[in-house]
Design a protein around this ligand. Structure first.
Ligand code: HEC
Length: 150
């Protein structure tokens, strides 16, 4: 590989690694980043929920597409809980940094449950999706109860 190709490959690898190794130029950016992801995730989760709760007709393709977004987005906000970002325009409680293992466990649980939601949505079976939606929503709630100011 010549130098330019090496450089291009490195740049591509960095771009792919970006969400996992998120770097922020200022603390407010980290807060805005994680809130934005939660907001977008909740929009897609809400669309699955509307079908699970019978508020809109079940559309298997739309359910699967939205569940895919939720699962992807559920991997992203955690590196933005940078130390010292419990101040300012945030609802994050300082317990996140006092009990990091418990917070991480709930991150993992959300990723696991949204993965199951993704699988359930792909079965095209409304009952499977309802169950997975309920299980996922319970994780959202338990983390918000413990780690988010209301
Ligand atoms: C591991 C903990 C955790 C889990 C799980 C979690 N959240 Fe959150 N969520 C938070 C925290 C902490 C905040 C506050 C972030 C801030 O203000 O800096 C938040 C904020 C939000 C917000 C407000 C975003 C904004 O615009 O400020 C929404 C909406 C939200 N979460 C939806 C969800 C949904 C839907 C789920 C489940 C699919 C979920 N969350 C799962 C911790 C969690």
């Amino acid at each position: 590989m010549n130098f330019a190709a090496t450089l291009a490959a490195t740049a591509a690898a960095c771009a792919l690694a970006a969400p996992a190794a998120a770097q922020f130029s200022k603390p407010e950016d980290a807060v805005k980043y994680r809130q934005s992801i939660m907001f977008v995730m909740s929009q897609h989760f809400g669309r699955v929920g509307a079908m699970a709760n019978g508020r809109v007709p079940f559309d298997a393709k739309a359910a699967a597409d939205n569940a895919d977004f939720v699962a992807e987005l559920s991997r992203m906000p955690w590196p933005a809980y940078v130390a010292g970002t419990d101040k300012g325009q945030t609802r994050a409680k300082s317990e996140i940094w006092a009990e990091p293992a418990k917070f991480r466990e709930l991150n993992d649980k959300l990723m696991a449950e949204t993965g199951k939601l993704q699988v359930a949505a792909k079965t095209g079976n409304l009952d499977n999706m309802k169950k997975a939606f309920g299980d996922t929503a319970a994780v959202c709630k338990s983390c918000h109860d413990a780690f988010r100011k209301d």
